[in-house]
Design a protein around this ligand. Sequence first.
Ligand SMILES: [Cu+2]
Length: 283
Amino acid sequence: MRAKRSGAFGAVLLSVFCWASAAMAQAPVDWQLGLQRAATPVKQQMESFHDLLMVIITAITIFVLGLLVYVAIRFRASANPVPSKTTHNTTIEVLWTVVPVIILVVIAVPSFRLLYFMEKAENPEMTIKATGYQWYWGYEYPDHGGLTFTANMLRDNEIKPGMKRVLETDNRVVVPVNTTVRVYTTAADVLHAWAVPSFGVKKDAVPGRLNETWFRAEREGVYYGQCSEICGTNHGFMPIAVEVVSKAAFDAWVKKAQGGDYTSPAMAAMNAPSPNQTAQVSN
Ligand SMILES: [Cu+2]
């Protein structure tokens, strides 16, 4: 009994530690409950909408359960040898029509407001185009001299301390903090979807079409996502890694990238090999 209890305590402690370490990089963690921490205004609004829905569905569930328990006890056969022949009650019928309508309106108003807020960036400061390929992502920065690079998942033997297995890419998408970034998504072969949970972003990438979404990251850090449209054998192996850096660090990265070195500031600090350095790094 005691061993069981201390085991459970250990699991709780472990998940608290995981939660703490997750503050650095936004990615799923073991024993995670709830959503990944919000890094953009869209995700913050999603969180509060989620919390509102949680309160409403919990209240409805408890209320219905209470009614069922009341009916089962109050109208049980042993206490009611002669069953009631009641068939209509206008007051109750009006109530069970009007109250659900009010609840749906309460849900619909913030839902539509959020939908329109997510839809389009107001005054985007820069644009990134993400193209899905089987099975990696291609990125373009049209506002920065048309920078173009691809992002492939790192294999297990390329993962260094501080990186996330199956979520890390050789080239990260580098963006400045507190900047409204418009993202165009498209695909070159089949359907893909560009999704980063902490940003509240999930947009289909459709061949022959240009879809639009946006984010404004308010904290520096690395944010992980994955292709979220089943796109073939390696669907699970085309992750998205976005590194949010200071505006100065972003400008420095753009200069470096225009020279052909796409290594992100944090990756450079980890001395991670970039694709054009891979051959030289053997130790
Ligand atoms: Cu895909």
